[in-house]
Ligand binder design. Structure first.
Ligand code: SF4
Length: 400
């Protein structure tokens, strides 16, 4: 776009597309997903989703799209012809940048050669495969639908189909998990040389079958024990060390990549890029507002396409708090210049005493204009990050 001699850059955004269907619910899952094998329901959902794509594409026609992430649920469960239809609609209604990173989440046991070929045809250039563990008993405990052998077959097919950018999702801290079993998982996965590995720790969320079994205390003698805090710490350090020795750079608290393969979509979330969620319950952050799609399947299907709820206009303060809170998840930290450019003042004024306090405690440091967490700060990141979201009045010790 041009205005006189001056070139005006189009605004950029990311897209998230939600496919809520799964084969069955995993024991630890609190995502908005449910078992659904009926082709007719899946097709009707995609028709509704496409109506939303058309409406939102018009509303945000001034933006270009830098990344797309199709998540769920299990997007690889549905007919790949439907995925192609979704991408046809996305391309017709949004300005997708030619170099856009386009990811689809897939589960072993649901991929076929035909589906993978269709994904390539649709322009999907990154796959995120949910493995979680290579240990059969751990997979069973998690309620996963696949074996490790099925994962290997899916991975092989994905490479054969031409996917050169693959993420493998893992979960540590599983019931019955030991350092040895986790090490085996890490070794087996790194030998496959995926470009990216996500390694999250298990969190037992309320409302999941795991919560029913383990309760608040995360203890039930009838089931394999959740690793204690010491084991959990050792597993956490093992992850960092093993992945580093295999050439994976840790660029976010739980994400590791070969150089150049960091997930651009997630980096967008952590650097406050606008994103639009499409589909059941999807969250958005556009033009200073957060909002979500309807979360009840029946309501989503019967309401006019693109009906949003929980619309909240962020204040300036919300924005700079979030800029810090999510930005500090990145290992490189938060750019102080970028903060000043966006908000017009220096961050030390936003968090009086807090930044200095964590530097003093050895939890944070200033490096090349970035404020970032140290290894120690990352170890206690939940504690540190909370201080950038709360009212400073609640932390009198930070005000000295
Ligand atoms: S496959 Fe993913 S979204 Fe589906 S139930 Fe399991 S964890 Fe949840």
């Amino acid at each position: 776009m041009t205005g006189g001699n001056k070139t005006v850059q189009p605004k950029r955004m990311e897209l998230y597309v939600h496919i809520p269907f799964c084969v069955k619910k995993c024991e630890y899952c609190d995502f908005l997903s449910f078992p659904c094998a009926e082709d007719d329901t899946q097709r009707r959902y995609v028709e509704k989703l496409i109506q939303e794509i058309v409406k939102m594409g018009y509303r945000y026609r001034k933006y270009t799209v830098s990344t797309i992430f199709v998540g769920g649920g299990t997007p690889s469960l549905i007919d790949s012809g439907l995925i192609v239809e979704i991408f046809d609609a996305l391309r017709e209604n949004f300005h997708i940048e030619p170099e856009a990173e386009i990811t689809l989440e897939a589960n072993p046991g649901t991929l076929t050669e035909q589906k993978l070929a269709d994904y390539r045809r649709a322009g999907i250039n990154r796959l995120s495969i949910g493995l979680q563990s290579t240990d059969e008993s751990e997979l069973k405990l998690l309620g996963r639908i696949h074996t490790y052998a099925e994962f290997l077959e899916s991975y092989r097919m994905a490479r054969a189909a031409g996917f050169e950018n693959i993420n493998v999702d893992l979960i540590s801290g599983l019931p019955g998990q030991t350092e040895e079993s986790w090490l085996k998982t890490l070794r087996a996965v790194t030998e496959l040389e995926p470009e990216h590995i996500s390694a999250y720790s298990l969190i037992i969320e309320e409302g999941t079958p795991f919560y029913e079994k383990y309760g608040d205390e995360a203890v039930n003698p009838a089931y394999p024990p959740i690793p204690d805090e010491d084991t959990d710490r050792r597993i956490y350090h093992l992850t960092k060390d093993v992945l580093k020795s295999c050439g994976y750079e840790r660029y976010e608290i739980s994400n590791y990549a070969r150089p150049g393969y960091e997930c651009r979509h997630n980096i967008g979330y952590w650097t406050n890029m606008p994103y639009l969620g499409l589909g059941l319950g999807a969250s958005s952050y556009m033009e200073g507002r957060r909002f979500t799609d309807l979360e009840s399947f029946e309501e989503y299907m019967s309401a006019p396409a693109g009906r949003h709820r929980n619309v909240r206009k962020l204040t300036e303060k919300d924005m700079w708090e979030e800029f810090f809170y999510v930005g500090l998840r990145m290992i490189r930290g938060v750019s102080l210049t970028e903060f000043e450019k966006r908000f017009g003042f220096f961050p030390a004024r936003a968090f009086p005493g807090v930044m200095e306090r964590f530097i003093r405690d050895g939890a944070a440091e200033l490096v090349h204009g970035y404020f970032r967490l140290t290894d120690y700060g990352l170890d206690v990141s939940n504690y540190v990050l909370a201080h950038f979201l709360l009212e400073k009045e609640e932390f009198p010790s930070c005000r000295n």
